[in-house]
Design a protein around this ligand. Sequence first.
Ligand SMILES: Nc1ncnc2c1ncn2[C@@H]1O[C@H](COP(=O)(O)OP(=O)(O)OP(=O)(O)O)[C@@H](O)[C@H]1O
Length: 525
Amino acid sequence: MVKADAFYRETTQALGEDGELEAVIHHCLLVLAKYVPADGLAIQLLEPSLKSIRTIVWQPRDEENPISGGFPEEMKEAILLMPPKTRDFLRSQTLPDIRIINRPEQDPISETLLAFTGRNYSSISMFLKREGKRFGSVTVAAHGRDRYTQEDLELFSLLKTPFSMAVGALLLTQEVSKLKSILDDRLELQKKRITPNEIIGRNQGLRDVVKMINLIAPQNTPVLINGETGVGKELIANAIHSMSPRKDGPLIIVNCGAIPQTLVESELFGHEAGAFTGAAERRKGRFERAHHGTIFLDEIGELKPDIQVKLLRVLQSQEIERVGGSKSIKVNARIIAATHRNLARMVSEGAFREDLYYRINVFPIVVPPLRTRTNDIPALTDHFIRKKSRDLKIYPAPKLDNKAIYHLMNYHWPGNVRELENIIERALILWDGGALSFKNLNIAKTEGGAKFGAYKEKSKTPLPLETVVADHIENVLALTKGRINGPNGAAKILDVNPSTLRTKMKKLGIPFKLKEVKDKYQSNL
Ligand SMILES: Nc1ncnc2c1ncn2[C@@H]1O[C@H](COP(=O)(O)OP(=O)(O)OP(=O)(O)O)[C@@H](O)[C@H]1O
């Protein structure tokens, strides 16, 4: 009795532990082995019609010495059809819930597995039950024949409820994860589709970009979108997909930089059950989910070389192989990639594969930063004020004061359109009923001794050199009140020739005089 108590307490404790399935079962085996012969443990699920069984766990106590030379890897999760004789055996009313199998060839179920297991082992097999029905079995096995006694059977039978509960919970988790994948796919399909008409700036700063979207959308050609963070790359990918013949298929968005490196491969290509610890069940990757649709690989420059090779292979063959799998699966997905990096430079520095670069860079679209298309700012501001006021249920939407657009246009927007959207949202949340002025934008940029506060804040993500240079020039211009020439002019402070500075400003889209900006836009207010 004392032995049974200790056995029950220790094994259920091991079974109830948190952790990877294999680790939990392995620990459980170590505990079991103190009381009964236990060199391996298998968990099998019965299909309701009893036509097949599926092995979900086959865990040896000692990896070096598994039962009968080991259960083949491919048998994990494999569905094994059972011959009619075995089905009848399973259906028979007299079949006990737990039985000793000291001679595998004499047991109809074990006999089905003889080809994999051999005969030189013994086992105790116990059915698992949910709501009174058998849904699977747990089998403890030991090397050699005739190893188990009636006492072992009685001890092991104590674990019927704990095992039924543990396996039931595992199945439930798998079911939830499967449903989550289905839901994710549905949500992807329901995500708002953008048409070029909804792109603000389509007739101004993004006119060329929209032209290219219209041109390339109907084709299957890969597109590479290049632009700083927050310029609207995802929006453009969305518009291309929505205008393409694949518009009724999924648009799967992958932020390559946001997925932990160890998971990128399985996220992209999926994995088979047991492919690595924690991969309890087979999962489709993003490529498979993008079948008949579009896959948007954002921040593609963040992919490590080993994944670049695999991605290239997929693009060349249009086939994927799940992690831990051996079979190729055809995938028909259009590729749109995006990056804020200079991929051509990364290629010359050896950080990005040249062959992959040429594969994805078939049709490049460069999205200009907001500071070079300041004419779009009034329309974008209006769009975001309306949209955010609606979201925040502010009615009527606040008005702008007569300098607001001037302030907005005079800021250099290192975070581009997203930053503008965020600043407007913040202003609406803090709104006190007056007109919105945005007059503190530049102060926020220079206050607190942090002259370059705006990009200091973002210093975790390295900014393109041009952004930093533009920011610096604008800061100096703010100090000199727009003066370029003369002893107190920006050129002197920056130690460059005034005409060099003007050329640079023109290239970066920085207005020449603060007054010029003011005059230009005050008439629109
Ligand atoms: N031209 C535009 N018209 C309307 N909304 C825009 C426009 N450009 C960007 N936005 C909005 O700005 C936000 C940022 O855009 P998006 O996410 O597409 O940028 P991104 O370049 O993909 O950013 P990241 O580099 O961080 O991935 C989104 O809310 C998007 O809807």
